[in-house]
Design a protein around this ligand. Structure first.
Ligand code: ATP
Length: 309
């Protein structure tokens, strides 16, 4: 588990992280989202003990990483895939990291297999593609078999196969009960990968909720689109049930906050034929753009509609 409490980082006049409080729980993939410069990397660096907080604390398993003798056993991270000696082979890089942490050399072969680096592990890192560097970085993160993993933009610059591979890997790591914090700009990827989201903007917390709650709390929320040749009749019947109905550009009716079953039942009772009935949700991308649009700080509460204050 990662615990962040009142975490603040001031760089001169810039407050990169501003009083952040959230927990990252085991057994889930937590997506860490925010626009450029929101403070995601700074937060991750403080969690890893690579940067000192100005105020507040960031703990892994209840302890600061900076005080740990062999941190690779507690937490693994992929921060900057370029940060490897280019003249070393991938395997040598892993061997050095293993030796400094008292990790047996056979573990190097295990992680090389696990990330699919294969024969490339014997080649110098200088000649690695971005995808191979990412795999090596992830192998390093996994070396100490840690319970907590942080991946900063691991999908950046990867091809579709690489993105799919990372998605499957983080899901598997969370499935094993590990704590996984994953930052990404790719909302569509996050939608397919994360269970929970922590969204920040200008260093401050914007949302800390399950993916489902964040999407449900969006501006559109749940909405039913219905196509009928008796639009007037059905709209009247739905309004009598207290539902908000508006016409779409193509003549369909849009019914806010209703389930498809309700709209279907009302149509049957009113004698209106239904030619199409579909539930619509906000996409994460749309909700995210809405959320990060302002500086208003709020939490997505249990109440799905309670988004903005
Ligand atoms: N070492 C530093 N010195 C001064 N300012 C810094 C330093 N590191 C980060 N910042 C500033 O802190 C803010 C947050 O940066 P950070 O890299 O944490 O954001 P981010 O959310 O990771 O952004 P991105 O998605 O672009 O990587 C930015 O305004 C950045 O310019």
């Amino acid at each position: 588990m990662i615990t962040v409490h009142g975490l603040t980082k001031q760089y001169g006049a810039v407050r990169a992280v501003d009083d952040l409080t959230f927990d990252v729980l085991p057994g889930k993939v937590t997506g860490f989202l925010g626009p450029n410069g929101a403070g995601k990397s700074t937060t991750m660096r403080m969690v890893l003990g690579l940067d000192r907080p100005t105020r507040g604390r960031a703990l892994v398993g209840g302890r600061p990483v900076a005080g740990m003798a062999e941190p690779l056993h507690a937490v693994g991270a992929l921060l900057d895939a370029g940060a490897v000696h280019p003249g070393r082979s991938g395997r040598d890089h892993l061997r050095v990291a293993a030796r400094t942490h008292g990790i047996p050399p056979r573990r190097v072969d295990e992680v090389v297999d696990q990330v699919g680096l294969g024969p490339a592990a014997k080649r110098r890192v200088r000649g690695y593609s971005l995808g191979m560097r990412q795999r090596l970085g992830i192998a390093t993160a996994l070396l100490g078999d840690p319970g907590v993993l942080l991946f900063d933009e691991p999908m950046n610059g990867l091809d579709l196969e690489g993105v799919r591979w990372i998605r499957a890997l983080v899901r598997r790591l969370a499935g094993e009960g590990r704590t996984v914090l994953l930052s990404s700009h790719l909302m569509s990827e996050m939608e397919q990968t994360a269970d929970h989201l922590v969204i920040i903007g200008r260093g401050r917390l914007i949302a800390d909720a399950s993916l489902a709650d964040v999407v449900r709390g969006g501006a559109v929320g749940q909405r039913v689109r219905v196509r009928t040749p008796s639009a007037g009749l059905l709209a009247d019947a739905l309004r009598r049930r207290g539902l908000r109905v508006s016409p779409a550009d193509d003549g369909d009716l849009l019914v806010d906050g209703a389930a498809a079953e309700t709209v279907g039942d009302v149509a049957l009772a009113a004698g209106a034929a239904v030619h199409r009935l579909a539930e619509e949700r906000s996409s994460l991308e749309q909700v995210y753009l809405d959320l990060t649009d302002t500086d208003v700080e709020y939490r997505v509460a249990d109440e799905p509609a309670a988004v903005r204050s």
